[in-house]
Write a protein that binds this ligand. Sequence first.
Ligand SMILES: *Cc1c(COP(=O)(O)O)cnc(C)c1O
Length: 420
Amino acid sequence: MEFQFIHTSYDVDIDGHFGEYGGAYVPEVLRQPLIELEKQYRAAQQDESFVAHVRRLFNEFVGRPTPLHHCKNLSSAVGGAQIFIKNEGLAHTGAHKINHCIGQALLAERMGKRKIVAETGAGQHGLATATISALFGFECTVYMGEIDYDRQRPNVYYMEQLGATVVPVKDGTRRLKDAAIAAMKHWTTNIGDTYFLLGSVIGPHPYPTIIKDFQTIIGIEVQSQFRRQTGRENPDFCVACVGGGSNAIGLFNPFLDEVNVRLIGVEAGGRGTAIRGDHASKIEGKATVGVVEGYKSFFLQNDSGQISNTHSISAGVDYSGIGPQHAYLHSRGRVEYVAVEDSDALKALQLLAKNEGVIPALESAHAVAYAVKLASTLDASKSIVVNVSGRGDKDIFITAKSLIPSKWDEYLKSQIAADH
Ligand SMILES: *Cc1c(COP(=O)(O)O)cnc(C)c1O
């Protein structure tokens, strides 16, 4: 179950598209660097020492393989199918993002780049990027919208401890979109020595493919762990949450051509209304096709192409677009996309914690919530694998405020009082 490159009938085509989606809609200055990136990436894929290096860091730095855990208590509490969780929360830094950061760091090193630039929303991608930059000795700059910078201080603190420079972006709406523009601008003016490290299966070709390839370790491990643990060929269902879509495609990729495995992506249903700005569900929420951030896909936008605000209790799944391969998988009917509301994600977090001793990230809790609902409609011979993309520690400032509001308030007040 070691890392390898996997090809499916849903891969990107020779022009960098997935059907009508994807592509590289970028300013002229970025055209050549993206062609060069693709060329170098193709060469790396053929290089056994590159592959060996990815495997070694996955095992010896990230702590792979992460476990596939049969949730016997949860399955019997729910009364239906067998639920398994792939616990990416046990990967170093607490989530799956480290997988594509390792791969891209090795690619950057191979290309002779010693500087990394990235954007981050909630800070999880920035944290993983700062981590690998420390490991590789790269100079790391992370752009973060000023609002996110103020709200996600713990992650800013960790990034700085890891040696990264975190730049608050004061332009526009001061959110992820503006951070992305600032990071892209930084890259455009420093292409010679800087690698632009993307955080999900989004952006112009070849990024969605590069990021998918390194995340595919999730599905590779699941397939072999499931076979060993159950003696069965494949699970009946695979379920994962979808922000940009990297942990989901990582789980799904080895199963895309296995027609008997049903694949389900879970988006953020937010407050549970269809109102724009109340959710981040692209597929159920009727997003429309557009070209944003260099690629063509579904985006929540108004009639003139302005990106809409979104809401989710979980910052990792509130992205207003969806990776182009997911748009394609939806249009081909290969993956089903559903939405789960904030309140159900919180309930699922408590259910998994109390029954299995695992506190999932709020993003992952969306997938758990759907899996639990699905399991109750199936019989006990069926099995569902859920990707727990990260662990829940990082969410304490959100979950504690929702789950134990008065105790949490008291705690925060006592902390301030103790300092005076
Ligand atoms: C960032 C993040 C996500 C969402 O990103 P994808 O690219 O859709 O995987 C999900 N879970 C966790 C824990 C994250 O940090």
